[in-house]
Design a protein around this ligand. Structure first.
Ligand SMILES: *Cc1c(COP(=O)(O)O)cnc(C)c1O
Length: 463
């Protein structure tokens, strides 16, 4: 991939220069000059400071939802950035606005949306804000409900738009408890329910199909936060899917969907996406435009977006990526996600028979959570061992592994392992995000190395 980037980056610079040479040549104003020595020393300092980062690119990094963009996305982003298009307006980014519409159409098609209103945003948070804002505009008096496991930004954004929210407890698998939602629908005036496909903590997929059934009884809107899990939809439509297909099968009937191409869509940061099933919600963005305007070919993205300036380069990168790595199940992005999902399933098989580890929940996408197994199953002991293992793995001199820790209610663990003594309300476990296809090749190795580390840690603390 790197030689590819090398060759194409040169071509990218040359091609854009050729295009610029269509206008009369001029020399840069002297005020723009940079002292070459300053440039060189700053470059050196810059490179050395960047190296203070964790190796997100490497299979041994399984800590957070972080990985580099695909090289073709970097190439397209850099190439477009040289012309610095702004997708706020058609004349700010004439070519990249077209690319945005085409890329968003691909995503809408993946979800089974025929008519829709949608655009890219700078993040999943902003995309969710737009969805909640429209929810409030449609039902100003009603509240917005979500589970306590939902991304923390939903709570914050309800404050921003000054809308009441109702928090629904999560069940023992970490997803919105449908029974509890039903009760709250009786007692509260809920206008919109937020359902997450792929929670940030455990990658849990909430039972959208069951929540849909409640909708016919109580008549509320559904907003799906699929920022993390949305692209797993590609794996849901085959004969024997390797994920639970039911929640994904209802996506086309939901009122709005958020998906983050900068999470599982191989994009650099700055690329979220919001889709509404009813294009007429465009009227809230621009009050004096007729409905037809919002589906016309001349759609002005700046008039259906909460943000003003948006990087056209972001749209270019996504467009380019989807051309080369299409939204298909057996090839393109589906083939990449399949490796991630299989890595999670294969690791779980190993954990299930391990004498050193316990699985927290069955993984629903590609996030695996486990905790070290001790003879004495006290919540505080588990937390202590988890934290030790986290440090030990990251500081291994030969083969460091970067995991993350996650604090869960001890009751979630006790549902599966009643022998755990609840001497603390929360328990720290280890969380591993297997979002790079290469993980699959190394899972066995990591598993055995982590098992050895746990044995060694237990010896040191006499457990
Ligand atoms: C990451 C994430 C968000 C927030 O998106 P950003 O792009 O980080 O702003 C919201 N919801 C879920 C489920 C996420 O995983």
């Amino acid at each position: 991939m790197i030689p590819l980037l090398h060759d194409y980056l040169h071509r990218s610079i040359n091609e854009i220069r050729n295009w610029q040479n269509k206008w009369f040549t001029f020399s840069d104003d002297e005020s723009l000059n940079v002292d070459p020595e300053k440039l060189e020393s700053t470059f050196q300092e810059f490179i050395s400071r960047l190296q203070g980062s964790y190796p997100f690119f490497h299979p041994s990094y399984i800590g957070q939802m972080l990985k580099p963009p695909h090289p073709i996305a970097m190439l397209a982003y850099f190439t477009a950035m040289q012309t610095n298009p702004n997708n706020h307006a058609l004349d700010g980014g004439p070519s990249t606005s077209e690319m945005e519409k085409e890329a968003v159409a691909e995503i809408a098609r993946m979800f089974g949306y025929n008519e829709y209103l949608g655009h890219l945003t700078s993040s999943g948070t902003i995309a969710n804000l737009e969805a909640l804002w429209i929810a409030r505009e449609l039902h100003p008096e009603k509240s917005i409900a979500f589970s306590e496991q939902e991304h923390y930004t939903h709570r914050r954004m309800c404050d921003v738009i000054r809308t009441k929210h109702v928090e629904i407890p999560a069940d023992t698998s970490g997803v919105l408890d449908v029974g509890a939602l039903r009760e709250r629908l009786y007692s509260e005036d809920i206008g919109t329910v937020v359902v997450t496909l792929g929670t940030t903590a455990l990658g849990a997929v909430e039972p959208l199909h069951e929540i849909m059934k409640l909708r016919s009884e109580f008549n509320f809107r559904i907003h799906v936060d699929a920022a993390y899990g949305g692209f797993f939809n590609l794996l849901a439509h085959e004969e024997n899917p390797i994920i639970d297909a039911l929640p994904f099968s209802c996506l086309s009937q939901c009122d709005s969907i958020v998906i983050d191409p900068h999470k599982h869509g191989l994009q650099p940061y700055g690329c979220g996406c919001i889709l509404f099933r009813d294009p007429s919600v465009g009227r809230f963005y621009k009050h004096d435009s007729p409905y037809t305007y919002f589906t016309s070919k001349e759609l002005h993205l700046g008039e259906i977006s909460l943000e003003c300036s948006r990087a056209g380069a972001s749209a270019a990168a996504l467009w380019f990526t989807l051309k080369c790595i299409p939204l298909k199940a057996d090839e393109g992005l589906g083939a990449i996600l399949r490796q991630c999902r299989l890595a999670a399933l294969e690791w779980c098989d190993l954990i299930r028979t391990s004498s050193e580890m316990y699985l927290v929940v069955e993984p629903m996408v590609d996030i695996v959570a486990f905790f070290p197994r001790a003879s004495e199953m006290r919540a505080s002991t588990i937390s202590h061992l988890s934290e030790k293992l986290f440090d030990r793995a990251m500081n291994d001199p030969l083969s460091p592994k970067y995991l993350s820790t996650l604090r869960l209610k001890t009751s979630i663990l006790r549902a599966r392992y009643p022998e755990i003594v609840e001497d603390s309300e929360t328990t720290t476990v280890l969380r591993c995000v297997l979002m790079k296809p290469e993980h699959r090749r190394y899972i066995k190795k990591f598993h055995h190395e982590l098992e050895e580390m746990i044995q060694e840690l237990k010896k040191n603390v006499n457990l």
